[in-house]
Design a protein around this ligand. Sequence first.
Ligand SMILES: Cc1ncc(COP(=O)(O)O)c(C=O)c1O
Length: 390
Amino acid sequence: MRIKEVYIDNSATTRPYPEVISEMSRVMDEEYGNPSSLHRRGSEGERILNTSRQVLADILGVKNNEVIFTSGGTESNNLAILGIARRNRRRGNHLVTTAIEHSSVLQAFNQLEKEGFEVTYLVPEKNGVIDPQKAVEALTSRTILVSIMHVNNEIGSIQPISRISKMLKAKNPAVIFHVDAVQSFTKFSLSPQQQGIDLLSMSAHKFHGPKGVGTLYIKDGIHLEPLNWGGGHEKGLRPGTENTPGIAGMALAAKISTADRRENMEKMNSLKEKLISSILTEHPWAQLNGPLEEEGAPHIFNISFPGLKGEIILHALEEYFIYVSTGSSCHSSAKEPSHVLRALGLNEEATEGAIRFSLSHLNTEEEMDYAASKINSVIAELANFHKITT
Ligand SMILES: Cc1ncc(COP(=O)(O)O)c(C=O)c1O
């Protein structure tokens, strides 16, 4: 079979399911009403919101009034972090997060520092995992919020969020716990109630839904300050006419992605094993960054080719219609060294020569065989050209 392309940059974004595209097109064509309108067209829009909210609530095992629609992961993270900090300022001005969060979390905390908050940035172990004990030790009586991502978007490390939450709440029951689950929602089973999560961010385009739409779970009883002001949409927390086609597409994508969750995870795991073992066998001088192969998420891994430049490898692979990335999508355009790899203590050569591979259950064995052979020959050629002793 001829391979047309191998898209293994699924942490940047995924290709929407055909069913999602049809459903969004149908909603735009047939059910285009504004959910706030009082007539029949409005009721259709409102029904889309209600049924979609229920789908997402059911997947998380939460109440539908605990689910808010947003414009994606960035907005969900900003609303959660800025909203909680500003609303609870009277209780304290200390916040805790990690050094390896997505920029939409880190920049929100940077903004809060400018507003007078103090932020502790936890540094992970070499495998990219935060020691729960360190999170607990960071807590003070003034800590109001802890924000820790579930799966890291650059190296695939998985944080022990249930354990962290349990230990945090044992020390300070009033602390609010936010989790950025943008890279894990629909892949890992998430249950905010059982896992002690107060706020959870998700983004549709990471699970074969549309871009520009996401969800924030907010536990009943948790209050936050909105970022925007306008009509009373989404309980006043996120005003603006709702993106009904996007929301319908997101709910459908979540339904499809979670239906075969286990099989999808097993498939990605075996594709990941295949690709890693082929690359590391052929190029033993390359290094797997972050978690050990069996400890990381099945869909994200990061390999450094010290001495080579990630960007050159990326463009060389593009010639073969193989799409990867050099880090998170924002870093690749900013051309800044990855803050995640630096937090792991990698040297400059390893950081500059890093490639992130991120898989989807829609990738195939044949694609991995093709990708492995092209990646191996591209790396061999570049290593030879740069006279890297392997
Ligand atoms: C871990 C993580 N959080 C948040 C985001 C931002 O999501 P969005 O692109 O929907 O704004 C991303 C996107 O790459 C991500 O990987």
